[in-house]
Ligand binder design. Structure first.
Ligand code: FAD
Length: 497
């Protein structure tokens, strides 16, 4: 309610925000969470909460009148289509040189992501977060995060036999024939549920190709894990369809937070003003970076330091497809949940997820999302003439990622006598170098904040999401975001309450 005073306000309901809310509530603090996306708890016109990946509709995109699918073309045809403008679940946020995909709604990225729950190899950790003690992370916080997220492995004996992982078995065979290490990867999707889907005894979700626009069953999104636990404390309130626009020191202490309540057209209905003793920025790497960059530049939070907005990276994401021979079909039924990857980080700086391409027909395509080592980092800046925050990323900065991915897929193509698909990202375009699923950085730990996420320049302001991580996690990021949030909030609860 406008005029309210809250002890703790959390901006965003993704991984960082959910961890913060749960641990603060368990420590006896009342928490107000503010989420600009929808609650995603009510079925749509077809009786389902979420739309299928193969048939995007009004629920699928954040305030767009046309879909912006990561794979934009198929066999020469553009596949994007018009949709009604709505506060849908997937934001394809366009900056000058990159589209950043993000989840919108209560649960943040957990609503739309592949659920791959990967803990980085310990030997790589010092390169990811150099000022964080690896013993504590691997001894305490990674295990805590994995438990809290409900991480589980696929039953490998089952995986070997089912139609829906034919694509992954082809991926394994070809990786191994070229001498690359193939690894199984844990996930937060309930793998027992998937077995039942596959057997036809429960409603299908992953096996029906649901993913990018939400999973109706099976996926343990944050709504079912951290947020359910947080709500059960009785101390956490979540306001969906509310967007934070400003945070500034309040005259009597604490912070004045301005919040727009929005309609499904994205238009503000009312502006509310709330006073909070502590504010946690958990709006995601892009959301938090945009807010902090704007608030520093426009004088709401002038004491933030010069590191705000810096160190943003794409986790080296690049996509590609390969065209297999007729004797290597990848299956007309593909589970939307990835279970495996090619781990060549040590030798080539690439961790490539063997990804599904759930089109419902046989395509003979192998599809990969590579996470690569790249030196390039972008910076956010305030554009006073447009009133927007810009990001200076350039598409050409993906070249090191393409070069790294080629060390795997050129070799596999040579060995198999196959070629790249050139039809998935445009016409005669091999590399999906126009996007990232893994935005990281913009308020780097121990630079924009102290070593636990306390923003420099103010006491009572915190960053607790992917913006703390300097641009790369060497693997899919959400387990590291969750574990770092667990580490930081423990220190904050112990010292700042
Ligand atoms: P987010 O989860 O992005 O949460 C931020 C929340 O804040 C959002 O709900 C947003 O709507 C809200 N918000 C933003 N601004 C405001 C504001 N001003 N006011 C109020 N609310 C606001 N990672 C993996 O580890 N494994 C995977 O398999 C995987 N697959 C992915 C697939 C896709 C298609 C995508 C898009 C991402 C994937 N990711 C994956 C990445 C992962 O989802 C993100 O790294 C993660 O969600 C980031 O967590 P976060 O807490 O930093 O922020």
């Amino acid at each position: 309610e406008s005029g309210a005073h809250v002890p703790a306000l959390v901006i965003g309901t993704g991984y960082g925000g959910s961890v913060a809310a749960l641990r603060l509530a368990q420590a006896g603090v009342d928490v107000q969470m503010v989420e600009m996306g929808m609650a995603w708890d009510t079925p749509g016109t077809d009786g389902k909460i979420f739309a299928n990946t193969t048939s995007p509709d009004y629920r699928s995109y954040w305030l767009r009148t046309r879909t912006k699918q990561p794979i934009s073309n198929f066999l020469g045809f553009p596949i994007d289509k018009d949709v009604p403008r709505y506060t849908g679940i997937l934001d394809a946020e366009q900056f000058s040189g990159i589209i950043v995909y993000q989840g919108r709604g209560v649960g943040g990225g957990s609503l739309v992501n592949g659920g791959m729950a990967v803990t980085p190899k310990r030997e790589n950790f010092p390169g990811i977060l150099p000022t964080v003690n690896p013993d504590e992370m691997y001894g305490t916080y990674y295990p805590r995060a994995n438990a809290g997220l409900g991480v589980n492995f696929v039953d490998q004996a089952w995986w070997e036999t089912v139609d829906c992982y034919q694509f992954a078995r082809v991926g394994r065979k070809q990786a191994q024939r070229s001498g690359f290490p193939f690894v199984f990867v844990p996930n937060v999707y309930d793998m027992d549920y998937m077995k039942q889907e596959s057997a036809g005894t429960v409603p299908k979700s992953a096996v029906a190709g649901e993913l990018l626009y939400g999973n109706n069953y099976g996926k343990k999104s944050l709504q079912k894990t951290y947020l359910a636990q947080a709500k059960a404390t009785g101390r956490v309130t979540i306001s969906a369809m509310h967007k934070v626009t400003s945070v500034a020191p309040a005259p009597g202490g604490g912070f004045t937070v301005l919040i727009d309540q929005i309609t499904t057209n994205g238009d503000p209905i009312t502006t509310k003003s709330v006073t909070a003793d502590k504010v946690f920025f958990a709006a995601g790497s892009v959301g938090t970076s945009k807010l902090l960059t704007k608030l520093k530049a426009t004088g709401a939070l002038p004491n933030l330091n010069g590191e705000v907005g810096k160190g943003w990276g794409d986790n080296g994401n690049v996509m590609c497809g390969r065209a297999n021979h007729i004797w290597d079909p990848t299956g007309s039924v593909q589970a939307s949940i990835p279970t495996a990857g090619i781990d060549n980080w040590t030798n080539g700086g690439v961790f490539a997820e063997v990804a599904p391409l759930p089109t419902g027909i046989e395509t003979w395509a192998s599809f990969y999302l590579s996470i690569t080592k790249t030196p390039n980092r972008g910076q956010f800046s305030w554009n006073a003439s447009t009133g927007q925050v810009d990001l200076n990323w350039q598409t050409a900065w993906k070249q090191p990622s393409i070069d790294a991915a080629k060390t795997i897929f050129d070799k596999i193509n040579a060995k198999e006598g196959t070629i790249y698909r050139t039809d998935l990202f445009g016409v005669y375009k091999v590399w999906g170098d126009h996007l990232t699923y893994h935005p990281l950085g913009g308020a780097i730990l121990d630079r924009a904040t102290d070593n636990y996420g306390r923003l420099q320049g103010y006491s009572g302001l915190y960053v607790i999401d992917g913006s703390l991580i300097p641009g790369s996690t060497t693997v899919n990021p959400f387990v590291t975001i969750t574990a770092l949030a667990e580490r930081n909030i423990e220190n904050i609860v112990a010292r700042d309450l």
